[in-house]
Design a protein. Structure first.
Length: 613
């Protein structure tokens, strides 16, 4: 049996069954949460009429009393404002009237746009406030629905395990267990729906009653509705009139400033003459196009774009058995650059030459094949070559794709280094291995990367090896080569490489040693002193000079023996340190730590205090 809150009633036998006790506890806990959630729902007192009959007299009596009920979920048309629709119609009418005349007055247009923006902001804010208020009001109902779903799940779970306990044969078949659980869930849901039908019907009646009351109010008070609409129209007209004054003034000033040109008359005349000359030249070229470019059946003119067109030229000259090469460009049409030059010439203050004019140095005159030059002048100039630009990720991927392509069979399935799916992973592996580093968008080789290429044999660093293997694989696919011979060739190459390069020489091994920065010179032998994990030691293996980071002298005074302190001691034999701790007094003071090396196994230190004047 279940109460109105879906609380199951358990028998003593069910409560004493160990297998059902966990599910009984979960069901009761879920029911308690559901009761608490329903108790938190908003309540209202409603007048209820009850009609009873007395058996002795046979007469009917009607009794009225107040009953506390749950408030229905707020929403629907119960809270609609009867004045909202007339107000919207009036606002649309006013906006249309203003919009019909605002094009003639920039001030009115600016004021109207400002007023519309303010209205949109007010509507947005009102909508968000209503949404927040409604969400707050609906929170108890959401909590109750969540608790009801949890109680439903707990009750179904108990019924399911109860059925398994009473019918042990169902546990042997997973299909039977699943069907049994679904059947219990449907039966329980059907019962819950029946119990909630009355509540839903009452809520629907309440919302319909509220809507009828709102419509009746608008019908009983037509004069009030008309007065409210008139007040709203008056408010909108006053707001537009006040905002248009400032907008009209600012619009007038903007019109004056926008139509003003602060240049001098001579500049305007010169610019106008320059453009008139260009128009005449263009018109003359169009008029003579058929004579200058004869032999065509149709001529098309594209006057929208004024392009700067040129062609790249590579000229090879021979003189006294020597070949000289010149690379540049031949301008076919100046286009916009001619306009730019004329514009700059018309300006009063000539601008400095920028990079746009720097390409004139590489412009070559018109050449014809077989052309000869008499008594050419020559001069010798010195220039510095520039290194190639570093690769970025896109250019490196393109280089990997083209590597060895000239030596690869055109029928080969793969060309270049790697495949499109593995090339990016190869680059990432080089970066993680410390052979390549990213600097912005550029990929630069590190010292280890350069050294690795230097020590590896050319056979492994050349893309020709990949091209050769791809050619062999292509021949194998065509049936023109033996796969076993191909694998034997790879094994022979591997054995030869291991035999020829069994290990690195001492000179090459030194290339991969990490660079260390010396802190100073050893006061005993003068060799560099480096930082270790726990100490600062002399690089000379025969010298035993060592300064320990955990030296008792520094630990007692609560000073961290940093590389900066060690470098100062090695350089000048002393270092000034603040806030030295005194174990005797428990106070701190400033002093100078002096390196008092006696040449023994351990290094000694002492403190010198500055004399107060």
């Amino acid at each position: 049996m279940r109460t109105s809150t879906s609380r199951l009633q358990f028998t003593d036998e069910e409560r004493e069954t160990p297998k059902l006790q966990p599910y009984i506890k979960k069901s009761e806990k879920a029911a308690d949460k559901l009761d608490a959630a329903k108790a938190a729902l908003p309540k209202q007192k409603k007048l209820v009429k009850e009609r009873t009959f007395e058996e002795t007299t046979g007469k009917a009596k009607t009794r009225l009393y107040f009953e506390e009920q749950e408030k229905p979920i707020p929403g629907g048309k119960a809270h609609s404002n009867p004045l909202s629709r007339p107000a919207q119609e009036a606002g649309i009418f006013v906006h249309n009237k203003i919009h019909s005349v605002e094009k003639d007055n920039s001030g009115v247009e600016g004021a109207h746009k400002s007023e519309e923006l303010a209205e949109r902001g007010a509507r947005y804010g009102t909508r968000k406030l209503k949404q927040g208020y409604r969400s707050h009001k609906l929170k108890p109902y959401r909590e109750a629905a969540k608790a009801e779903q949890a109680a439903f799940k707990a009750n179904v779970n108990f019924q399911y395990h109860k059925a398994l306990h009473e019918n042990p044969q169902l546990t042997s078949n997973p299909s039977s267990r699943f069907m049994q659980k679904q059947k219990i869930k449907r039966q329980y849901a059907k019962t819950v729906k029946k119990s909630g039908a009355a509540t839903a019907k009452a809520a629907s009646g309440a919302s319909q009653t509220a809507a009828k009351k709102a419509a009746a109010f608008a019908g009983r008070h037509p004069a009030g509705v008309i007065i409210a609409i008139a007040a709203l129209l008056l408010f909108i007209m006053v707001s537009v009139g006040l905002s248009s004054c400032g907008a009209m003034f600012s619009g007038s000033m903007n019109s004056v400033l926008g139509t003003s040109y602060t240049s001098e008359d001579s500049d305007l005349v010169a610019t106008e003459q320059s453009y008139a000359a260009m128009e005449n030249e263009l018109q003359q070229e169009i008029d003579n196009i058929e004579s200058t470019h004869s032999g065509y059946d149709e001529y098309r003119y594209d006057l929208d774009t004024i392009g700067h067109t040129f062609e790249a030229v590579t000229a090879v000259f021979e003189c006294a058995g020597q070949s000289f090469t010149a690379r540049g460009k031949t301008v076919l049409s100046d286009g916009w650059k001619e306009i730019d030059r004329r514009y700059r010439a018309a300006l009063k203050n000539k601008p400095e030459t920028d990079d746009a004019d720097s390409d004139t140095e590489n412009t070559l005159p018109q050449f014809t094949e077989g052309q000869t030059f008499e008594n050419p002048t020559a001069k010798v100039t010195e220039h510095d070559t520039t290194p190639p630009k570093p690769h970025n990720e896109a250019s490196l991927l393109s280089a990997m794709e083209r590597a060895g392509s000239e030596d690869t069979d055109p029928d080969a399935e793969r060309k270049g280094l790697g495949t499109p799916a593995t090339r990016a992973a190869v680059i990432e592996k080089l970066v993680k291995g410390g052979f390549v580093e990213r600097k912005g968008k550029q990929l630069l080789p590190t010292k280890d990367g350069i050294n690795l290429v230097c020590v590896l044999p050319n056979t492994l660093t050349s893309p020709q090896l990949t091209a050769e293997w791809e050619n062999n694989l292509t021949q194998i696919a065509k049936g023109k080569a033996d796969p076993a011979a191909f694998m034997e060739g790879i094994e022979d190459m591997a054995r030869e490489l291991v035999k020829t390069y069994p290990f690195l020489s001492d000179d090459k091994a030194q290339m991969f040693k990490p660079e260390r920065e010396a802190l100073g010179s050893c006061p005993r032998c003068g060799s560099p002193v480096y930082e270790g994990k726990k100490n600062y030691y002399c690089s000379n293996k025969e010298c035993i000079f060592t300064m320990w980071k955990n030296d008792r002298f520094f630990e007692e005074r609560k000073v961290t023996f940093t590389p900066k302190i060690a470098a100062a001691l090695l350089q000048s034999g002393k270092v000034n340190v603040k806030k030295l701790y005194s174990p005797k007094t428990g106070k701190t003071y400033d002093g100078t730590i002096v390196l008092a090396d006696t040449g023994g196994k351990y290094i000694n230190y002492r403190i010198e205090l500055s004399k107060k004047k």
